[in-house]
Design a binder for this molecule. Sequence first.
Ligand SMILES: Cc1cc2nc3c(=O)[nH]c(=O)nc-3n(C[C@H](O)[C@H](O)[C@H](O)COP(=O)(O)OP(=O)(O)OC[C@H]3O[C@@H](n4cnc5c(N)ncnc54)[C@H](O)[C@@H]3O)c2cc1C
Length: 476
Amino acid sequence: MATTTPEGSHVLGEATLAELREQVLGPVITPRDPGYDKARRTWNHVTGRHPALIVRCSGVADVISAVGFARSEGLPVTVRGGAHSVAGLSACDGGVVVDLSQMNAVQVDQRRGRVLAQGGATWRRLDHETQAHGLATPGGRVSSTGIGGFTLGGGIGHLLRKYGLACDNLLAAEMVTADGALVRASAEENTDLFWALRGGGGNLGVVTLFELELHRVGPTILGGVTYYPGAQAAQVLAGWRDVTADAPDELTTLVNLTTAQPAPGLPSDMHATKVAALVTCWAGPQDDGLEAVRPLRALGTPLADLLTPMPYLTLQQLVDPLWGPGAANYFTSAFIDELPDAAIQMFAEAHQRSAGPPVACELHIHQLGGAMARVAPGASAFSQRHSPFLVNCITRTPTTDGFAAHRAWARGTRDAMAQFGAGRAYVNFTGEDDHDNTRASYPTQIQARLTAVKQRYDPGNLFRCIHNIPPALPPA
Ligand SMILES: Cc1cc2nc3c(=O)[nH]c(=O)nc-3n(C[C@H](O)[C@H](O)[C@H](O)COP(=O)(O)OP(=O)(O)OC[C@H]3O[C@@H](n4cnc5c(N)ncnc54)[C@H](O)[C@@H]3O)c2cc1C
């Protein structure tokens, strides 16, 4: 039985908890337990939610028990994969966190060209296993990110143009539903669920197993960062736009308008100066790559050119030290269909106005297209297939001091993109947790289809703490 404190948080009776502890092998952590404060934390410290309990599941059986417990107690459920939700949605006030961090096993099936990964695995672990065979599936640019939230929301990374989004490589998934059943979704089974899991952003149940397609990648690829002075940001962006317009699929790039932080290979006089950093991955034959990236090395006057053959694993972990947990973070994004000179000027000016260390303000302009764009827009819940660019406006402060002002810079830059026809947001780069933002991520027809799938698998909206498409949409 649960009671409610004057602050609104749930206090569960000892007898009720004892019953749950009997049923599961993993630890059950409540506000009365010493480890609670650490266990409730997610990557983004600006969101500090207080769940009623956290069940650190040891396997599928624990997941079924935790979901059943939440249902019988009338508590909402949220799922924690890698805990990197920017809106901090892998914790929820007064709800049950199904924590999958111990369910992180990864197994390569070489014969079938796929990798089987439990729902709580991170990209670091998955890449580690697959690269032992010279194989990879498209993953994230920071290796501590979970494969769970990343894949369910889409998944944009270094191999995007060659092999598509992470969700395009999902071959099958096993999921515990709101009523405690374990179902399998693939191109042959529960096809409505399979459609929704590829970009729908979670919201439907607990995915305990992902099966992802593997490709031959590396172990050495051509990749890294070319740094240009911030004063040349507009020139670099315009040159990059033109050079990459007809690029082969092997090339995936990103321009980051940022402030240089100390990193190996960066001259110390560059630290804390504004830079336009071009991040490149060439996933193809090295000789062709060296030729293809030649113009990218001459977009301005490079301050440092760290684009070089390197292990794929190194590229996947290159910026990890800059993105540890504990800071206050905000992301907001928009897909754009063109990058006119006026938009470039606006980005360059926003870059010049942005705060510097210890604050990190970044504009990531992702090059899309390639394999991602060849999937039909309605083939999966991720439907924003044809925009050539995605812009992510990021603010990161060491603590919450001054956070709101810096977040306003990110929001203001995103809003200014509207004049250039900026379209929908990318659900995985969303710092807000409100319903309107979920709507902004999906076209009306996709929302309607997601609503129907939700109605089938979670009619009571048990999984409502995340970017939520409820079973029946409230009137617009
Ligand atoms: C430092 C950093 C770098 C990033 N880089 C990239 C990038 O390069 N490309 C990109 O596309 N995105 C990137 N992202 C965004 C990232 O994809 C999302 O934050 C994603 O939700 C993280 O997944 P997670 O499992 O770590 O998150 P969690 O916080 O654990 O989960 C996020 C949401 O997904 C749901 N979820 C997670 N796992 C499961 C599961 N097994 N079953 C059901 N639901 C689940 C949860 O309910 C939750 O609401 C980055 C984020 C951060 C913080």
